[in-house]
Design a protein around this ligand. Structure first.
Ligand SMILES: [Zn+2]
Length: 412
């Protein structure tokens, strides 16, 4: 296989798909928008050209199947999502669809079959942009689709169920999409790293060991509002400075983690009814905490919580927090991690192993079957979920070669 050629082809396809957007000046593809349907149609054509039998399922996932012709063969599913965030990047999600299509075409043209059926799944929705409901595509395949989200409405007041019916989909058929784990070899996903680690290390690929589980909290600090000029510093109960100290405690806790996988973020920080000349009386902030293992993450949260309470007591303010999300970590299947690392090393490349701090469809699929993930270097400082996201054709070609080597290892 000529990795340079296949790498160029992968990049060219991602560029072509990026021409479809809901926004004229940015790449935005929301579930079942006009652009979304245009991308789905292009993917369908590409899969057919690669020799696959294509179906669009009840959720709108585009599924291409390359059967090996052996009776009783198991299925290896591979894919990713083709929806985007607002003003997103060209490779996030799409790489994991376009790369296996290119490989399937390569195999098909050479008349080579794998000893398993290959299913390339272009998931219709993962990012949650339109209906604030993530992993729609993959959740259906593992029987975890939350039917209540069908009643949700988008910003224009359109119900998800109605949007699906208008697109010719079958919301009542989602229950039948579940793949029988006994028939599945497992799920494999290629994804752009979405961070700077590989770029900094000067390495093109990494094998994902685990997908971090997330824990999110909404925190409220209540102090006493007062005049910024008349209340002496020593007599204040400033909710803003208390909350700031709590966020710093979160940062210290994560920096002290020896595993290097614990990450904590206060992405929203708000002084409620704040004004320049008023001592903050109430402050609200969020905590997003992730780690390779749920135990580590939960212990860290307990530590942060204890620190917040101590800060609140010392400063004479009230602290309250409410959990808004808890998702367990998904460890990748150890034997598959080893086989994928071996495949990467067979190309003469370092087989770095790393945690995925971001959630991916593999997280959902891994609830029911063996799972592995390959990360590909992100250019431009590692920026993703942005139009500045880049990847080289060379890296895409190496990812394709490593993927094929991994599939062949699974065959043995
Ligand atoms: Zn993604």
């Amino acid at each position: 296989m000529d990795t340079a050629v296949i790498g160029q082809e992968i990049l060219a396809t991602c560029e072509r798909l990026a021409r479809h957007s809901d926004d004229t000046d940015a790449l935005t593809v929301a579930y079942l928008s006009k652009a979304h349907r245009a991308v789905a149609a292009e993917l369908r054509d590409a899969m057919e050209a690669a020799g696959m039998t294509v179906t669009v399922d009840a959720i709108g996932n585009v599924v291409g199947r390359l059967a090996c012709g052996r009776p009783g063969a198991h299925t290896l599913a591979t894919g990713s999502h083709f929806d985007t965030v607002r003003n997103g990047g060209r490779f996030d999600g799409r790489l994991g669809i376009v790369l296996p299509i290119a490989l399937a075409r390569h195999l098909h043209e050479r008349g080579e079959t794998l000893p398993f059926d290959l299913e390339v799944i272009a998931f219709a929705e993962e990012e949650g942009l339109r209906f604030a409901s993530t992993f729609l595509g993959s959740s259906g395949l593992v029987g975890r689709f939350d039917a209540s989200v069908l009643e949700r409405t988008d910003a224009a007041g359109v119900r998800m169920r109605d949007a699906m019916l208008a697109a010719g989909l079958d919301p009542d058929g989602i229950g039948a999409l579940r793949r029988d784990p006994a028939r599945m070899l497992g799920y494999y996903e290629v994804h752009i790293e979405q961070g700077p680690v590989l770029l900094e290390a000067g390495e093109p690929l990494a094998v994902v060991t685990s997908i971090a589980g997330g824990l999110r909290y909404q925190c409220t600090v209540t102090g006493v509002a007062g005049h910024a000029g008349t209340v002496p510093m020593a007599m204040r109960h400033d909710a803003g400075t208390a909350a700031a100290e709590m966020v710093l405690a979160l940062e210290s806790c994560c920096l002290a983690d020896a595993s290097g996988t614990l990450v904590g973020t206060a992405g929203r920080f708000e002084v409620v009814r704040g004004a320049t000349n008023v001592i903050p009386g109430e402050c609200r902030f969020t905590i997003d905490l992730r780690a390779a293992h749920d135990g580590l993450r939960d212990r860290a949260f307990d530590e942060v919580l204890a620190a917040c309470r101590a800060i609140a007591e010392r400063r004479g303010v009230r602290f309250a927090c409410e959990r808004t999300m808890q998702v367990p970590a998904t460890p990748c299947t150890p034997a598959w991690v080893d086989a994928l690392a071996d495949a990467v090393a067979s190309l003469g490349l370092p087989a770095r192993r790393m945690l995925s701090g971001a959630g991916h469809d593999a997280m959902m699929m891994g609830r029911e079957m063996p799972v592995a993930m390959l990360f590909v270097r992100c250019g431009n400082g590692g920026v993703s979920h942005s139009p500045l996201e880049t990847m080289t054709a060379g890296d895409a070609g190496l990812a394709a070669a490593a993927t094929l080597a991994f599939w062949r290892r699974l065959a043995h």
